[in-house]
Ligand binder design. Structure first.
Ligand code: NAD
Ligand code: IPM
Ligand code: MN
Length: 365
């Protein structure tokens, strides 16, 4: 048996609901593939605030750092929305990303043939879309200084943030993106706002320079406003996208809708060393939390990414991905991806059906 320590961070809202499904899926695939897990469930976000007074307890970060990989549900909720910044659930999420130094956030958006009818785009536009957003995750306006509240020269209240990138931060995310593009279709589109922002001008310069080292990758550049339009106009033009922290946040939510729902998109956050952080791209969905309506596929697919990118367990990852496709083939859907002729189920029941698909191990297709 191979043995791994996995830190589980269920978080808030639908986080615990989807993590519970993903944990069961990991356990069953593990038992079929000769993998044992030591799960350590820790507090993050609002759950941590309520229990300890801070959104990222020191113990959570140290346990996460010592584990082989971290699987996160989602954080946040109305209850904490008015908290001061350092006491917001979101601050805990940013702190753990920074603490684990996971600067490269991989967000694949794949339209499964079974879900073309769930897309809000026309069939011929959505069909066959398969793109990867490589989002820089530990820099940019999320972390730039100066930031804060103050007053301007008229004595008026202001809030301000700084979009800043150092050359090395751009270089390392660019290398990750070029390597991913090499393994995909060899096309990389760097998305920026270099017509206006200095941080984007440097971004474009560094990415262009690094392109020399990857002659087999075709690099293009696009302004973010155009990119958000092109994603909806003709998404198949994209293979790999590399972009900064905030543009990647926004574009990946947009891309998710092409696939049918934000409840379908997983992510992997990786650094140069240490454990990776794996999470769905969606949030805690307070509007449906506690109602057994959440789509667990994004988190289950994040568990597959954990196996592939975090542990190098490709066979187990494939088993999970095949199970997701098999469950879809059997017509089972949560409300967010429901369409006529399919069967509506809740989060728990979908979880049980995914387990049946894991057992039957039907090949993809
Ligand atoms: P959200 O992603 O939580 O929800 C947006 C919409 O998508 C909602 O209508 C929700 O019901 C739906 N949705 C999201 N995930 C779904 C799923 N798995 N299945 C079915 N429907 C799903 O974004 P929001 O409403 O802007 O934010 C809610 C809270 O989550 C906020 O506190 C926000 O800060 C936080 N948030 C956390 C993360 C994270 O933990 N990584 C990500 C985004 C937002
Ligand atoms: C995400 C979320 C977070 C982000 C928030 C909750 C801090 O939107 O994971 O996409 O902006 O990175
Ligand atoms: Mn987001």
């Amino acid at each position: 048996h191979r043995r791994y320590t996995i830190t589980l961070l269920p978080g808030d809202g639908i986080g615990p609901e989807v993590i519970s499904v993903a944990k069961d899926v990991l356990l069953l695939t593990g038992s079929l593939e000769g993998i044992k897990y030591d799960f350590r469930e820790m507090l993050l976000g609002g759950a941590a605030l309520d229990a300890t007074g801070v959104p990222l307890p020191e113990e959570t970060l140290s346990v996460a750092k010592q584990s082989d990989a971290v699987l996160l549900g989602a954080i946040g909720g109305y209850k904490w929305d008015k908290n001061e910044k350092h006491l917001k659930p979101e601050t805990g999420l940013l702190q753990i990303r920074k603490g684990l130094q996971v600067f490269a956030n991989l967000r694949p958006a794949t339209v499964f043939p079974q879900l073309v009818d769930a897309s809000t785009l026309k069939r011929e536009i959505a069909e066959g879309v398969d793109l990867m957003v490589v989002r820089e995750l530990t820099g940019g306006i999320y972390f730039g200084k100066p930031r804060g509240f103050g007053t301007n020269e008229n004595g008026e209240e202001i809030g301000y943030n700084t979009e800043v990138y150092a050359a090395h931060e751009i270089d390392r995310i660019a290398h990750v993106a070029f390597k991913i593009a090499q393994k995909r279709q060899g096309r990389l589109c760097s998305v920026d706002k270099a017509n206006v922002l200095e941080a984007s001008m440097l971004w474009r310069k560094r990415v262009s320079a690094i392109a020399q080292k990857y002659p087999d990758v075709e690099l293009s550049h696009m302004y973010v406003d155009n990119a958000s339009m092109q994603l909806i106009r003709y998404p198949k033009q994209f293979d790999t996208i590399v972009t900064n922290n905030i543009f990647g946040d926004i574009l990946s939510d947009e891309a998710s809708m092409i696939t049918g729902s934000i409840g379908m998109l997983p992510s992997a956050s990786l650094g140069d060393s240490g454990p990776g952080l794996f999470e769905p791209i969606h949030g805690s969905a307070p509007d449906i939390a506690g109602q057994d309506k959440a789509n667990p596929f994004a988190t289950v697919l994040s568990a597959a990414m954990l196996l592939r990118y975090g542990l190098g367990e490709d066979k187990a990852a494939e088993r999970i991905e095949n199970a997701v496709l098999d469950t879809l083939n059997r017509g089972l859907r949560t409300a967010d991806i429901y369409s006529a002729g399919t069967k509506l189920v809740g989060c728990k029941q979908l979880g049980e059906e995914i387990l049946k698909s894991v057992e039957s191990n039907v090949p993809a297709g």
